[in-house]
Design a protein around this ligand. Sequence first.
Ligand SMILES: C[S@@+](CC[C@H](N)C(=O)[O-])C[C@H]1O[C@@H](n2cnc3c(N)ncnc32)[C@H](O)[C@@H]1O
Length: 292
Amino acid sequence: MQSTSETRNTQVNDVVRQLRAAGCVYAEDEAALLMEAAASDDALDHLIRQRMAGLPLEPLLGWAAFDGHRVRLGPGVFVPRRRTELLLREASREVVEILVRRSSPAASAKHVAADHDTEALVTVIDVCSGSGAIAAALLRRHPNVRMLAVDNDPVAVEWAKRNVEPLGGWVGEGDLFDAIPLQIRNEIHGSVAIITANAPYVPTDEIRLMPPEARLHEPHSTLDGGPDGLALQRRIIGEAATWLAPGGILLVETSARQAPETLEMMRAGGLSPSVLRDESLEATAVIGRRLG
Ligand SMILES: C[S@@+](CC[C@H](N)C(=O)[O-])C[C@H]1O[C@@H](n2cnc3c(N)ncnc32)[C@H](O)[C@@H]1O
């Protein structure tokens, strides 16, 4: 008769074998995660069958890793990508710089990072927030910023509420900035410190070239940036300067190929832009600062 640990090892090996046969590259890692996620043997069988049928891992687990934390999500919502940590990092850097500027000349970035009163004066909008990965991660780093996360997809908004509201952020549903109700709009218009936007930026014709996990299982509304991929960015950039405080920044994720156009749109939108690139994350973003 097998001991408990032998039974467990047999089960792990069996799951790894099934996943490997289905073409999963990281079968050992995925087996461990699926076994952790499943509440029973039947549930595990169900998860394995779905994974073998090509469903992405993260909605099956119920979470995706982002900035070292778990973002809760399910089917029908965009899975946050590691490259988007570039936007988060730059937004976080900006919060710290604002705190340094507003505190005494002798203060260092390390010391002001915990200045909660000053942090509370920093308003951030995460537009096209999906599950709220960027918004939640920024709130974890800076718990007192005023965070507004908006998306037009009710499924994404539900997940964002679960991820962002417990950390003190506000989540709204609607088309881009229209999701922000009039009262809040009047309070923050022209005084926002940071806008982050990982909006859809895949040209419509290129969605068919994406990996099946994205192409078949993520809603096209989360990927489709219109004929040139820039339709949503164009609208966000066109409006951003009216929301930003003088010196405030807009951070937009884009592709290396599209970056020159994203940059030109920012310039035309009254922002001083530059391209950011992180090779280790394979990430490209454009930052635009409102002058004045
Ligand atoms: C590429 S996903 C990014 C989600 C999230 N920022 C992230 O990085 O995980 C783009 C998101 O934009 C949302 N979206 C698309 N069109 C929108 C619109 N007109 N107004 C608000 N959100 C929109 C989609 O629902 C989707 O959640």
